[in-house]
Design a protein around this ligand. Structure first.
Ligand code: ARG
Length: 402
């Protein structure tokens, strides 16, 4: 039997590798998609091999992740429950589709993942696998084995000489890529307790941020960030750069209680400097270029899009249809935004666009004003007519009572 395992090199997937090998007497092929900025390919290869992998695949997919997953989600303004930029959620369909590809290539009998039975990620993995290979067998060791805790997994690893990270054991569960870091478990499980400073990954605490504000300019073309301070960037590189600038100023910390797909509320920390800055900046260009009704309708789309991504419905008809809608409405989202970064604040201080619908002569209160003030009277008369009719009715009833 041949199984392709989505492998991160962490404790869960390392133990899963050995467990699958023993339980199914299988040849286990590992598949790792690197979408973070600090993953070491040769280290992963070495680790997988020494844990008993039959064959090892490591693919750098940062560019695909940025262009095909982050960009559309940014254009959608998608933040789950208004806050979470969806870094982990977005990575799953990408990894799962790679997994299916390798399974095909290797003529494997099954694929496997290291997700737990109470999280969202198992859903995202498996829905993607259903979309591409509806008959492929899926094995989720963490839902099957008898190991009940992290401690038992560590015991198992020791017993079977599985190399697990020897660095100080983090009390948190962390998932990381260029769009953001997700942090949970440990003391964070008490939603009323302030996160200890060591829970955060890269962002500076406010008291360690620079005293002077930093100004940056982000230029967008059709809703895609293209330049930082006038310099052209490939999207994934721009995101990495913004993460480092934002982290220095303590920007991008998110502390929230969210509603998981499986019905549980969970407290999660996210660290996503680039995502926070880019969502904010893009929204400012839209405020200049979209007409009022589209702006308001987009709010509905943003929230729906975020739910679809969170639920693992990346490869769904509705998501695809919304992408076409977004493509259309971003035809004019070109322009530059100036952000002032200071003490964990990302403040928009300027925006411009060649497609701006902002009309100074209409907006001004100066003598240049061209707005016809008289026209407002008739507009209000008709716009407010339902109000007037209702109030008249109430008066009429009151009179009758007397
Ligand atoms: N709650 C987030 C989501 O469902 C992150 C899940 C992974 N988090 C983690 N700390 N390992 O997208």
């Amino acid at each position: 039997m041949k199984i392709v395992l989505a492998y991160s090199g962490g404790l869960d997937t390392s133990v899963a590798l050995k467990w699958l090998k023993d339980k199914y007497k299988a040849k286990v092929i590992t598949y790792t998609a690197t979408i973070g900025d600090e993953i070491n390919k040769s280290e992963i290869e070495k680790k997988a091999k020494s844990t008993g992998a039959f064959k090892v695949y490591v693919e750098d997919l940062k560019k695909e992740f940025a262009n095909e997953f982050i960009a559309p989600t940014l254009k959608a303004g998608a933040l789950y429950e208004g806050k979470y930029p969806l870094a982990t959620a977005l990575s799953r369909p990408l990894i799962a589709s790679g997994l299916v590809e390798i399974a095909r290539k290797e003529k494997a009998d099954a694929v496997a993942h290291g997700c737990t039975g109470k999280g969202n990620d198992q859903v995202r993995f498996e829905l993607t696998i259903f979309s591409f290979a509806p008959n492929l067998k899926i094995i989720a060791p963490l839902r099957e084995w008898e190991l009940k805790s992290r401690e038992e997994e560590i015991e198992y690893a020791k017993k079977h000489h599985i190399p697990v990270s020897t660095t100080k054991k983090s009390p948190y569960s962390i998932d990381k890529n260029i769009w953001g870091t997700s942090i949970e478990c440990g003391v964070l499980e008490d939603p009323d307790q302030e996160p200890p400073e060591d829970a955060w990954d890269k962002t500076n605490p406010i008291d360690k941020t620079p005293d002077k504000p930093q100004y940056i300019k982000i230029y967008f073309e059709n809703g895609i960030p293209k330049k930082l301070d006038g310099n052209k960037y490939e999207l994934s590189a721009l995101i990495v750069e913004l993460n480092s600038i934002g982290a220095k100023h303590g920007i991008g910390r998110i502390d929230m209680v969210e509603d998981r797909l499986v019905g549980i509320k969970s407290r999660e920390l996210y660290e996503a400097p680039a995502a926070v800055m880019l969502h904010k900046a893009l929204g400012e260009i839209e405020n200049l270029t979209l007409d009022r009704e589209t702006t308001h309708f987009k709010e509905v789309i943003s929230s729906k899009y975020a739910q679809l991504v969170y639920y693992g419905l990346w490869y769904s008809d509705l998501k695809e249809a919304l992408d076409s809608f977004l493509e259309k409405i971003h035809e004019n989202t070109t322009g530059e935004v100036t952000l002032k970064l200071h003490k964990a604040n990302c403040i928009v201080v300027g925006r411009n666009s060649p497609n701006s619908l902002y009309n100074t002569k209409m907006a001004t209160y100066s003598p240049e004003d061209i707005f016809n003030h008289q026209s407002a009277k008739g507009f209000i008369e008709l716009f407010g007519l339902p109000q007037k009719i209702q109030a008249l009715k109430i008066l009429e009833k009151q009179k009758k009572k007397k």
